[in-house]
Design a protein around this ligand. Structure first.
Ligand code: HEC
Ligand code: HEC
Ligand code: HEC
Length: 220
């Protein structure tokens, strides 16, 4: 009898051990997945385009950009007060700056020393045909030159000649080309802002361009 109980209890213990071990084994890959995810977001915390704001338009002392120990920081008007009444957008600092200017709600000073200088506005749209199925990009000079002098872009960021510049989304997301400003001082690339730049629908007869491989092997 005793040996039977002993045998049974050993069996129960082994079962517990095996079940316990299996439970641990089943949990292990889950844990790995979790930590891998942690690493990915950890690697991207420096990327302002991927980081989610803790608070929309925090006051200068709390925004992580200004020095809160400096008295001057506390003299600055908090954005939530400064932006009150301006038309809103769904991204960036949630203000539609182009519309604010068009509606006459803002009048940016163009010259530091002379308040009477008027901006040199140029109304010229540049269409950049996008090879992928996304709508084509329209670069409008007007909303840019209302704020910015030509020398902000020409010739250092863009050669002033249509199609002379090579642009791509990767370059923009790395802070080059349009990304020198967009995502930093002007509206960022987000899933909601694509159509601001990609604003010209593809022609009805548009077909994806053939790859180099299929052009080299036309018999296929
Ligand atoms: C925000 C950046 C920016 C500013 C500011 C800017 N441009 Fe441009 N400009 C561009 C881009 C982008 C292109 C297109 C280049 C391309 O297609 O490769 C362009 C193209 C041009 C072209 C070539 C047009 C053509 O048909 O070939 C001229 C000329 C030009 N700009 C003049 C100006 C002048 C003058 C000003 C100031 C009044 C100005 N730009 C301000 C970005 C800018
Ligand atoms: C030198 C800085 C700078 C560069 C470079 C720049 N932009 Fe802008 N862009 C601005 C600013 C500032 C505004 C106006 C403020 C805002 O809308 O955030 C603006 C506004 C715009 C608008 C108008 C959006 C509207 O509401 O009508 C479009 C479209 C745009 N940019 C596209 C582009 C594209 C495409 C490129 C690259 C070819 C580019 N920008 C390069 C600074 C820049
Ligand atoms: C600030 C302006 C801007 C915004 C915002 C933007 N794009 Fe672009 N995109 C461009 C420009 C400029 C090009 C290059 C066009 C060319 O070939 O001249 C481009 C090219 C592309 C291409 C073609 C492949 C490549 O990298 O050249 C794809 C796909 C694309 N964009 C998708 C998107 C998507 C999706 C979004 C929104 C998440 C987006 N874009 C937002 C300006 C913008």
């Amino acid at each position: 009898m005793k040996t039977k109980y002993f045998f049974l209890s050993v069996l129960a213990m082994t079962t517990l051990l095996v079940v316990g071990f299996n439970a641990q084994a089943a949990q292990a890959p889950l844990k790995e997945v979790k930590s891998a995810k942690g690493n990915v977001s950890g690697a991207n915390v420096f990327n302002r385009l991927l980081k989610k704001d803790a608070q929309r338009n925090a006051a200068p002392a709390e925004d992580g950009i200004h020095d809160s120990a400096n008295d001057g920081t506390h003299v600055l008007q908090p954005p939530l007060i400064a932006y009150d009444g301006l038309p809103t957008s769904e991204f960036g600092n949630y203000v539609d700056w182009v519309k604010s200017l068009d509606d006459g709600l803002l009048k940016p000073r163009y010259d530091l020393s002379d308040p009477t200088v008027e901006p040199l506005v140029m109304d010229l749209d540049i269409v950049r045909e996008v090879k992928a199925s996304m709508p084509d990009v329209v670069f409008p000079h007007k909303p840019h030159t209302q704020w910015l002098h030509c020398s902000n872009c020409h010739p250092k960021i863009f050669i002033p000649q249509r199609k002379a510049n090579v642009m791509s989304m990767s370059a923009i997301l790395l802070g080059q080309k349009c990304g020198v400003c967009h995502g930093k001082v002007s509206f960022p690339v987000t899933t909601k802002s694509c159509t601001k730049c990609h604003s010209k629908p593809k022609p009805a007869d548009w077909k994806p361009p053939k790859s180099e491989a299929s052009l080299k092997n036309p018999w296929r």
